[in-house]
Design a protein around this ligand. Structure first.
Ligand code: NI
Length: 138
């Protein structure tokens, strides 16, 4: 972990008040940690615009009774096997499955994989959550 430094910023008081309220509402005990997280969020967004490997999860919810859907989901994951770290399958109820796919790869590959899975007919909902290996944020 790198050295902690202090810096001051100029900001409109109304804006700071609103930020402080929001930070408190989200459970931050001080504004510094809330601001650090905003900075990290912006750096992660930048990672996803670059060409280096990113990390994320894809969550999809689907009805496993739909014809050939499970096979198609598996085929697509094999096509992008370099980007798939692991898959967790949860039987939510008699009909519905939830799959969480941990991914690591270029943002472009990971996005293509997520798009391909989510676009399959019968997938009720899907979401790509973009995060980071954290290597550059320590
Ligand atoms: Ni299932």
């Amino acid at each position: 972990m790198s050295q902690l430094v202090r810096f001051s910023i100029s900001i409109e008081s109304d804006l700071l008040d609103r930020f402080s309220d929001t930070a408190r509402k989200h459970g931050y005990v001080n504004r510094s940690e809330a601001i650090r997280d905003l900075i990290r969020e912006s750096l992660v967004r930048e990672e996803w615009e670059g060409t280096e490997d990113v990390v994320g999860t894809i969550t999809i919810v689907y009805d496993h009774h739909k014809r050939e859907l499970s096979d198609r989901l598996t085929t697509i994951q094999h096509t992008y096997h370099d980007s798939v770290l692991s898959t967790t399958h949860i039987h939510l109820d008699h009909d519905t499955c939830l799959e969480m796919i941990a991914v690591r790869g270029t943002a472009s590959d990971v996005q293509k994989l997520a798009d391909a899975l989510i676009a399959i007919r019968g997938v009720i909902h899907g979401k790509l959550s973009a995060t980071t290996s954290g290597k550059k944020l320590k």
